[in-house]
Design a protein around this ligand. Structure first.
Ligand SMILES: [Zn+2]
Length: 554
């Protein structure tokens, strides 16, 4: 889709100008673009995503820690939660790099700007900047809004002017811009011009239905950027799977303001994923986005936000996913370890991620050696041979260490002679009772430094009850456990084909807020399988907790 000089011939000059073979010129690449995160507004339209005001404040803190330029906080006036967010933000959010933005729409048809509720709420939100949405498609004006083209233009102009009179910086979201432009470019351009004349700081071209392809995004943004005087922004939805590509095409075509969401949250297929857009712009096009020394925060922040919005991170997410730099064992393992740059498109450290060697029963000695090195463990050849044998036996029983990095690490640590001594299990018991309400009760008996602890807790299922009882028993000795919790629990029944009945495999994902680890248990008994995975999950968390927590053991 390159419309400029072929890459191979142009690598010496990244700021080259484009050829005009497609009927438009590309400007020089910008030095910097503003990153505008809308997780708290557009992103929270995602199915199943619901944030309390506290959650929103914590997400905003993370976004500021990452260093985005703007954080769109929500729509004051549209719902009380967002109003409360803006009311609490000044006292509770200490933003160091980001500017908070309130979102709203233009005035309604036939109402004066000063009498419009939405605009009044925007002023009251008390932010330095606001973003308002206006219809930029003639079809939407006449069919959805059911008003005239002239009134639609007046609504845009009056609203921007009103907000400017109140001293606000105004971002202008031109809704359905790309579709509207394809149908009737003249009207869509007139909307932008009146907004610019009224004092908008950036004209943000929105692909509201998300169906645009990169070559069209580039052509349309280039045409707009060359005919308006103010900053041009882009806002892409991912319905064609091209939101990140479109955002980059937009920047190449002259946009210097990019909207999206960390982890690509949003309704339907989501918004442009800033976790990929930011590294693409920074590392590949050398364009300043967030401060360069903070790029390594993007993986932890992406995981932390996934945690806050309570959606399990996607391991296959580019740059920040757990599998983004995972190499499956095989022929090339030793070559990968020697020359990672030959197998990885960027250095994983640059985005705060890491190389991971995936170990399975297919794995040979060398993969396991690299895995041990990765963990800083010394395994002699005898120990290594023993681990390989153990691994084979366990995988035959139904363990699958490829997807359980946490349990694999503990297995390797044990091979060095290490044994976890955080607590000793005496026994556990689970009672499930259907008596009007489903309730499970678990008792876990442990010993810590010789002292016996018996703890009983209730839960909505066996894993939850066992987890609660274990924590109740040992949590006092290990306060760090308060920050560690389960995020996902998966069960699979395996047919071993041995005629001894089905075997259950349980996988548990656990997080400390920044990292996620997976542990595994296998048994004919689902509760025993769950316990194994839970035990590993807690032990792994304690192994990786700070030394002060570990010092309480020996
Ligand atoms: Zn949107």
């Amino acid at each position: 889709m390159s419309s400029d000089a072929p890459r191979g011939q142009a690598t010496h000059d990244p700021h080259r100008h484009g050829a005009s073979s497609h009927g438009f010129d590309l400007p020089a690449l910008p030095d910097a673009v503003d990153i505008f995160d809308t997780t708290l507004r557009d992103g929270s339209q995602q199915e199943g995503l619901s944030l309390t005001v506290d959650d929103k404040l914590r997400v905003a803190e993370q976004l500021d820690h990452l260093g985005v330029t703007f954080i769109e906080g929500g729509w004051p006036g549209a719902n009380p939660k967002d109003e409360e967010f803006f009311a609490r933000a000044p006292a509770e959010l200490r933003l160091s790099t980001a500017t908070l933005v309130a979102f709203g729409s233009t005035r309604r048809a036939g109402v004066r700007a000063e009498d419009d509720e939405v605009l009044r709420h925007l002023v009251k939100a008390n932010t330095e900047a606001v973003c308002i949405v206006a219809k930029a498609s003639e079809l939407h004006v006449t069919e959805a809004l059911r008003t005239t083209v002239d009134e639609a233009l007046a609504m845009a102009a009056d609203s921007v002017a009103f907000l400017r009179r109140h001293g606000l910086r105004v971002f202008f979201d031109a809704e359905h811009f790309f579709d509207g432009y394809r149908d009737n470019p003249e009207f869509s351009m007139r909307v932008l011009r009146v907004a610019e004349e009224a004092g908008a700081e950036a004209l943000v071209l929105c692909d509201t239905n998300g169906g645009t392809l990169p070559h069209d995004a580039e052509r349309i943004v280039a045409t707009v950027a060359s005919s308006v005087g103010c900053q041009v922004g882009v806002h892409f939805h991912n319905d064609s799977g091209c939101a990140v590509a479109n955002s980059i095409a937009g920047v190449r075509a002259g946009a210097t303001h990019v909207q999206g969401c960390v982890n690509g949250y949003g309704e339907r297929t989501g918004n442009a994923d800033l976790s990929a857009t930011i590294p693409n712009l920074s590392l590949k096009l050398n364009i300043r986005t967030i401060p360069s020394d903070r790029l390594e925060r993007i993986t932890p922040v992406s995981h932390h936000i996934a945690e806050l919005v309570n959606i399990a991170p996607n391991p296959q997410q580019p740059y920040v996913g757990a599998a983004a730099f995972a190499h499956k064992a095989g022929l090339h393992t030793s070559a990968i370890a020697r020359r990672r740059d030959a197998y990885e498109h960027v250095a994983p450290d640059a985005v705060g991620n890491g190389t991971r060697f995936v170990v399975s029963e297919m794995a040979g000695r060398s993969t396991l050696t690299f895995k041990a090195q990765e963990l800083g463990l010394e395994l002699d050849s005898e120990a290594l041979a023993k681990v390989l044998d153990t691994l084979k036996v366990l995988e035959h029983q139904g363990f699958h260490f490829e997807v359980a990095d946490g349990s694999l690490e503990l297995l390797l640590r044990r091979a060095t002679g290490w044994e976890p001594t955080f607590f000793e299990l005496e026994s556990y018991r689970v009672i499930s009772d259907h008596n009007g309400r489903d309730m499970t009760e678990a008792t876990v008996k442990t010993a810590i430094d010789g002292a016996r602890v018996v703890a009983t807790a209730e839960g909505n299922g066996p894993v939850n009850a066992l987890d609660s009882a274990l924590r109740q028993g040992i949590g006092g000795h290990y306060p760090v456990l308060a920050g560690i919790h389960l995020v996902d629990y998966r069960v699979r029944v395996l047919d071993t084909g041995r005629g001894t009945g089905a075997v259950t495999r349980v996988l548990i994902d656990t997080t400390d807020g920044e990292h996620v680890w997976t542990t595994i248990g296998v048994s004919e008994n689902i509760i025993e399988a769950s316990w194994q995975a839970l035990f590993d999950s807690i032990v792994y968390g304690l192994v990786h907790a700070g030394p002060q927590e570990r010092a309480t053991t020996r």
